[in-house]
Write a protein that binds this ligand. Structure first.
Ligand code: GCO
Length: 448
């Protein structure tokens, strides 16, 4: 047995997002978001489920913070629903909506859990979508205003703010493939959305800096996915490289280097003119803390029938898969090393999401024996440790998710939590993986 120790003050946490856990979709003056609207359209979500109630965190937040205490979490990453603060995206603040986050932040701090606040986890105000949503450049300015308002409220107590969670997913699934809200299938809209999301990060960075009451770290969280060729052929290697540009470099380059790979990629062909205006890239390149969400890798082969990328994903036999993705722990190490080597970032790095869906259930004795998740965590956390040992100063690790919740278009099927939720009674039960993770936190390390 080897004992792996993590650096002193390593931040162990868990993550959630507003629409996935809060429920209370129209409580206390909250406005409609694109997920409220989208989930009402028949056929968009598995079983036509929605987040109206989900796990009712809005009313049960005190109990949920107690669960975080039981797990020994040092930090909790959650998102603010824009429509609770500004029901129409702009204009007057809704004091009752703000009061919820005010209470939550106080509760966390009383319990010595550091709040890591994310401003946007996909729930755009419907009123802004009605004006064009993220493909409309104006939305970036609305976001910056909202960021400044929230920063003014929370920075007396909050020290870390993420602007966005996975802008690539917001843009691509929301506007390019339409699998997520607002369900638009228009590739040029997806490309524009991504640029405006990144621009909004830069504008929000300035707005937060201007209104913050103390020095705060301003970050962004990215879904990063190492791309591998299915074979060593030049065609497959080129296919993997193209997809890497679209998924990883399209966000990393602007944020960490101030350049954009869009012009050199196939995406430029579908745009008439450039969406990137003079000065934009300069604005985007400000990050104090880069959050890496790592779940899986993709294996790609050349496939001419897909026009933009000429690539298709393959699922090699013999590899391990969960209900959603391949399980590939080494990818965690590889993505962290790659960021470190290719970009030499001056910002801090953290893993802000990592986890696996497991079809968990309560055993007759009331326990949830989710050995597969324990194994997943053990293998991935080991890879984080390996990256630290090899010189990447990773500052923290957040598990996705604190508790089972609404998994977007997949509804309540996939369970990602350390805490099991019975969706009928909303009773919470800490899973075996939760106890295992609590021990890792307590020991600041693990034995393998
Ligand atoms: C994401 C989101 C989460 C998901 C999780 C599992 O990374 O897609 O941040 O909201 O629920 O990743 O798919």
């Amino acid at each position: 047995m080897t004992s792996l120790k993590f650096p002193k003050n390593f931040v162990w946490g868990a993550a959630t997002s507003a629409y996935q856990i809060e429920g209370a979709w129209n409580a206390d003056g909250k406005g409609l978001s694109i997920w409220d609207t989208f989930s009402r359209k028949p056929g968009k979500i598995v079983n036509n489920e929605n987040g109206d109630v989900t796990v009712d965190h809005y009313h049960r937040y005190k109990d949920d913070v107690k669960l975080m205490v039981d797990l020994g979490l040092k930090a909790y990453r959650f998102s603010i629903a824009w429509t609770r603060i500004l029901p129409d995206g702009r204009g007057k603040v809704n004091p009752k909506g703000w009061a919820f986050y005010d209470r939550l932040i106080d509760e966390l701090l009383t319990r010595n859990i550091e709040p890591y606040v994310c401003l946007f986890h996909w729930d755009l105000p419907q009123a802004l979508q009605d004006k064009g949503g993220w493909p409309n450049r104006e939305t970036a300015y609305a976001f910056a205003d909202y960021a400044g308002i929230v920063s003014d409220y929370i920075t007396d107590r909050v020290k870390v703010i993420f602007t966005h969670n996975e802008p690539w997913v917001t843009a691509t699934l929301g506007y390019f493939t339409g699998a997520h809200a607002p369900g638009i299938k228009h590739p040029p809209a997806g490309v524009k959305a991504l640029h405006h999301l990144l621009l909004s990060h830069g504008l929000a960075y300035e707005a937060i800096r201007a209104s913050a009451k103390q020095p705060v770290k301003i970050g962004i969280t990215l879904n990063l996915n190492p791309m591998y060729p299915a074979t060593e052929s030049k065609k497959d290697r080129d296919a993997a490289r193209r997809v890497d540009t679209l998924v990883n470099r399209s966000v990393l380059d602007p944020l960490l280097k101030g350049t954009s790979p869009i012009q050199e990629s196939a995406l430029s062909k579908i745009l008439s003119g450039s969406v990137i205006k003079a000065g934009d890239l300069e604005k985007i390149k400000h990050v104090d803390l880069l959050g890496v969400n790592y779940y899986s890798r993709s294996v790609l082969k050349h496939e001419a029938k897909f026009p933009l990328v000429s690539a298709a994903q393959t699922f090699p036999e013999g590899n391990e898969y969960s209900g959603m993705w391949e399980i590939y722990p080494e990818g965690m190490y590889e993505i962290l090393m790659r960021i470190w080597k290719d970009y030499q970032p001056s910002c801090e790095l953290m893993v802000t999401e990592n986890g696996v869906p497991v079809p968990d259930g309560l055993d007759f004795d009331g326990r949830v024996r989710d050995e597969r998740r324990i194994r997943y965590l053990q293998n991935h956390i080991t890879q984080v440790h390996r990256a630290i040992k090899d010189g990447v100063p990773v500052k923290g690790y957040f598990h996705w998710s604190l508790m089972d919740n609404f998994e977007w278009a997949l509804g309540y099927g996939p369970r990602f939590g350390l805490v099991y939720v019975d969706y009928k009674t909303l009773k919470r039960t800490v899973k075996d993986s939760g106890r295992w993770f609590a021990k890792v936190i307590q020991d600041n390390g693990l034995k393998i």
